[in-house]
Structure formats: C-alpha cells, structure tokens
Design a protein around this ligand. Structure first.
Ligand code: SF4
Ligand code: SF4
Length: 415
C-alpha cells in the first residue's frame, strides 16, 4: 500500500554514484545486526533509485527500511565513490514525511519535535522529570509495569538517570594570557540541560588556550534533529536564527556536541547564505588540538568511542585521541569497533528501541573487553546511551566527554 504521493525525493545523480560494490556493507550497523540487503546502504540506495524511477511506491515496507537507518553515515566513510548517503537519507525522509509519520510513532514524534529542539520546553520537561525521579514516583511507576505498554516512553525514562543543577554561563569568558582569537560557543539543547558542566569546562579550556569565548544568551537549537527527520523547512529556520545569534566577526563557532557540529558545518549545502558561518564551525577538539594547553597528570586507563557525527559526519578522528594522548599518565586503550554506532543516533533510541538496544549491547561488550574504567565520547546522545547501558549492566565504568578529562588535567597542571 502506498503511503503518500511520490514527489520530490533524493537526487538521482547522487544515487547513480553508487556502483553497488558493497564495500560499505560491513560498516553498516543495521546490516551487521539484520544481515538483510535492504537494511544496508546499498540496499537502501537501490530502493531510493527504484522509487525515483517509479519502479516501487513509497510503501510501508520501503519506509521500514528507511526508518531503521541510523543516519550514522558510516557508509559515507567507507564509500570509495563518495556517495553522500546522509543527504540521500534526508531527502528520502522528507519525501516520506509527506505521508505523515507511521501511526505507531505519531505521538512520540509529536512529543519529541515539539520539545527537544526548544531549549525552554526541554528544560521544563526535564524539571518535571527531576521531580518524578526524586519524589519516589519513579519507583512506583516502574514497579507497576505500565511503561512496558509504551516502548518509546520507557526508553526515554530509562535513559535519564537524573537531571543536574543548571550551571550559569557568562556571556563572555575572557582569554587567559596571550589572546589567540575570539570564538563563540554553542551551548546545545541536550548539552546545556544534561551536561552543563561540559559547556562550562569547554569555555574554561578555550579561555586557558587563549580564546575569548562569546556565549550568546538567546541561542536556540541547531536544527539537526529536524534535518535528520526530513523536516528541511524547520531545520532551515532554526539554522538561520542560530547563525544570527552569533557575532559575525568570530574566528570560530565551537561545538562540543558531534550531532550539532555536523549539521552546522553543512549549513551552507542547503542554505547558501550560511556558507560563511558554516566554514567557521569547529568541534572543540579541533580547536584545542592546535592550541597551547598545559596539562597535568591523570592516572587513568581510558577508551574512546567515536561519535558517528564526529568521525563520519565531520571526519574528526585524530584530534580527540591526540588531545587525550597529551595528558601525562593517561593510557588510551583502543576500543574495538569504536566507529560503530552505540544506537543513540539523535532520537533513534527512542523511536527504534529494539535496534538501538542491539547496538548498545555490542558497544558494551567491546567496552568490557577494553578493560578501561573510563569511556570518553564527544556527543551527549552517546554519553546518555552508554551510561544507561553501563548502569543497567552494573558495569563500573565512568562515561565522560573528552573535555571533562582535559579540564581535570588542566586543573592538575602545576607550573
Ligand atoms: S547511515 Fe548508517 S545505518 Fe544508515 S545505511 Fe549508512 S551505515 Fe547503515
Ligand atoms: S560503498 Fe558506496 S558505491 Fe559501494 S555499495 Fe556502498 S554506497 Fe554504493
């Protein structure tokens, strides 16, 4: 049964760049779990092409294969033909959205997209969660088993451990010592509410590295969630508003959330007037890797998980490892399958909890094998997902943003 009008859709020339070699298949998390060609990058591209050429309709089966894709872009890293799978996926999701979300996801999607990209609403929802958690209601709800009837809600509830106190940030953090430049800091939606200390530490490290840090108060969401869900108009509106919140003369706009950074670096692909803004976007590890940062010792064994939208979306692989490697005493243990998605993928873990769980289990097994007691990951979604898995499994492992380790090492430095 067709689910909507087959109009628009991904660029056929981009689709035709795929030469069906299959090199991307072993790197695709959903193919690794399901072993199905249609749940691989090559299979999904085949489906997109068949739809574009009118050989298949946008059926529920078609949608299911697209919905199951994480948008992790591991296939882009692997692809020798340079197929921009992320762009194809966004266009396909926009095409599918014209038929509306599937019934089983309608309510959850409505909640996610009316709350998550709006920092004030997200803050209010998290304050309500804090009350739910600390009042004892959580234990009652869990014991009742009612959450089993709502898998998406159950996944959201399980993911959150607690909500930390807010950490106010000044609008400007002055540079320490010789001024190396002026940068803006994106505070992010999830990051500002659930990992506010990471934002504070990011500003502190940039300041120590000689950067004046501008943190505009009114900044909103980068629009990444909407982009990946096939809502290009909402994404473009958020992108324009966010870019306008930052002064035009900054050297860089710094992010510490991989998903936000990947979307912002590609603003110019979709919104030409934001090209100049996009070229100034940097992950915090890119900026700090080239900076003069004095670090003291940390006696720790740490393993590093590559957040998909940092390693595949931004091709930032070396900088976080180099920075962690500069901390005296820190032993960096390579993580098996470090570039394989942990199942978080924006809100994928809420919308597709079963596949997300499979991928999380695989990630936890590799973490346990590493023997490290600290896992570093540069994206709030990965931090939440892996921390949840470790809590559930009783793994005694701390999950931190690399910035947290660098800030501790900077504090440990003595002249
Ligand atoms: S984006 Fe990730 S899940 Fe989707 S096809 Fe590519 S590798 Fe597979
Ligand atoms: S690696 Fe690239 S060209 Fe080869 S099948 Fe995958 S997407 Fe197509």
């Amino acid at each position: 049964m067709a689910i909507g009008p087959d109009v628009g859709g991904p660029d056929l020339d981009e689709i035709r760049k795929c030469v069906h070699c299959g090199i991307c298949l072993p790197q695709c998390p959903t193919y690794r779990v399901l072993g199905e060609e249609m749940d691989s990058p090559r299979g999904r591209i085949y489906l997109m092409r068949a739809a574009a050429e009118g050989r298949v309709g946008l059926t529920e089966t078609f949608r299911r294969h697209i919905d199951l894709c994480l948008g992790c872009r591991a296939c882009e890293t692997a692809c020798p033909s340079g197929v921009r799978f992320g762009t194809l996926l966004e266009a396909t999701r926009a095409q599918l959205r014209r038929g509306g979300p599937p019934a089983r996801r309608r309510l959850l999607e409505a909640f996610v997209f009316s709350v998550f990209p709006k920092p004030a609403r997200l803050g209010a929802a998290l304050a309500a969660f804090k009350l739910y958690n600390r009042s004892g209601l959580r234990a009652v709800v869990r014991a009742s088993g009612v959450l089993r009837r709502f898998p998406g809600l159950a996944a959201m509830e399980a993911l959150l451990d607690d909500v930390p106190a807010a950490v106010p940030l000044p609008e400007v953090v002055p540079a320490r010592g010789r001024v190396a430049g002026h940068v803006g800091l994106l505070t992010g939606c999830v990051q500002r509410h659930l990992y506010p200390h990471v934002n504070r530490q990011t500003a502190h490290l940039l300041s120590l590295a000689g950067f004046e840090v501008v943190i505009p108060r009114g900044q909103g969401c980068c629009g990444a969630l909407e982009l990946h869900a096939g809502r290009p108009e909402a994404h473009a509106a958020r992108a324009r508003t966010l870019a306008a919140a930052f002064p035009a003369d900054l050297d860089f706009i710094v992010t510490n959330a991989a998903g936000c950074g990947a979307a912002m670096k590609e603003y110019g692909h979709r919104i030409p007037e934001l090209t100049a803004f996009a070229t100034r976007v940097r992950d915090v590890t890119e900026v700090l890797a080239g900076a003069d940062l004095r670090l003291g010792p940390l006696d720790l064994a740490v393993t590093y998980h590559d957040a998909c939208h940092l390693v595949h979306g931004q091709r930032v692989r070396l900088e976080p490892r180099q920075l962690l490697g500069r901390i005296p005493g820190l032993r960096l243990v390579e993580l098996g399958d470090s570039e394989l998605c942990c199942g978080s993928a924006g809100v994928y873990n809420l919308l597709e909890p079963d596949m997300a769980r499979e991928l999380l289990d695989a990630k936890l097994a590799r973490i346990a094998e590493s023997g490290a007691r600290v896992v570093a990951a540069a994206n709030p979604g990965c931090l939440l997902q892996i921390a949840w898995g470790c809590r559930e499994r009783g793994l005694d492992v701390a999950i931190v943003h690399p910035v947290e380790l660098l800030a501790r090492a900077a504090d440990a430095y003595q002249d």
